[in-house]
Design a protein around this ligand. Structure first.
Ligand SMILES: [Zn+2]
Ligand SMILES: [Zn+2]
Length: 201
């Protein structure tokens, strides 16, 4: 199952220029089987998520979220539908505990995008994965991200961080089997039985 785990729709992310259906159509045209909307501090409401899945089946839409922490790191979270997560400025350590207590999956998004340090203690509060390629990961940071993930024993993730339909899927992961629920998606990601892919590969 080819899935793009980092996509912004303009319905919830003011910085995105494309709407949900335009993004989904682009993802399908590009051969993806699924995507996760990870809007800034906003989940896809459950009723809308069900509707999108009904309208686009068998294509699958998941809801994740991207959070900007108090330390100015960005974190993608999957497998959590509790609206209390939709908060600005989580201290990273509190977010880590919130996600762990609910068996969610968390990935550090585009580290080293704005500076060459990471402002949180990843060794003590290790994310499940680190985003190594996306449209917002600078080329010069890739080698350092791979090294950081290796040092920490974190998985790597490729995702588009698309803010417009034509970027969806540019980077994505190929899961070893199809996920039909948040639980299945998180289990597959946790098992690390996926490949990191670029659409140009
Ligand atoms: Zn954005
Ligand atoms: Zn993003």
């Amino acid at each position: 199952m080819k899935i793009d785990l980092h996509v912004h729709a303009k319905e919830r992310s003011g910085c995105s220029v494309s709407g949900e259906q335009e993004i989904i159509a682009s993802a399908r045209a590009r051969g993806l089987d699924a995507l996760a909307f990870t809007d800034h501090e906003r989940l896809v409401p459950a009723s809308r998520l069900a509707e999108l899945n009904r309208l686009n089946a068998p294509f699958r839409i998941f809801s994740g979220i991207e959070l900007h922490t108090a330390e100015e790191e960005d974190v993608l979270v999957f497998g959590i539908q509790d609206p209390r997560i939709e908060s600005m400025h989580w201290p990273y350590e509190d977010l880590y505990r919130f996600v762990r207590e609910r068996s969610g999956f968390m990935a550090l998004a585009h580290p080293f995008r704005y500076r060459d340090t990471i402002n949180v203690d990843l060794r003590k509060f290790r994310p499940d994965a680190i985003e190594a390629r996306s449209t917002n990961v600078p080329e010069h940071a890739v080698a350092r991200i791979i090294r950081t993930a290796g040092d920490l024993g974190c998985a790597m993730l490729y995702a588009s961080d698309a803010h417009r339909a034509e970027d969806v899927g540019s980077f994505h992961v190929c899961l070893s089997s199809a996920a039909d629920s948040d639980f299945a998606l998180v289990s597959l990601l946790r098992s690390r039985t996926y490949a990191c892919c670029a659409l140009s590969d």
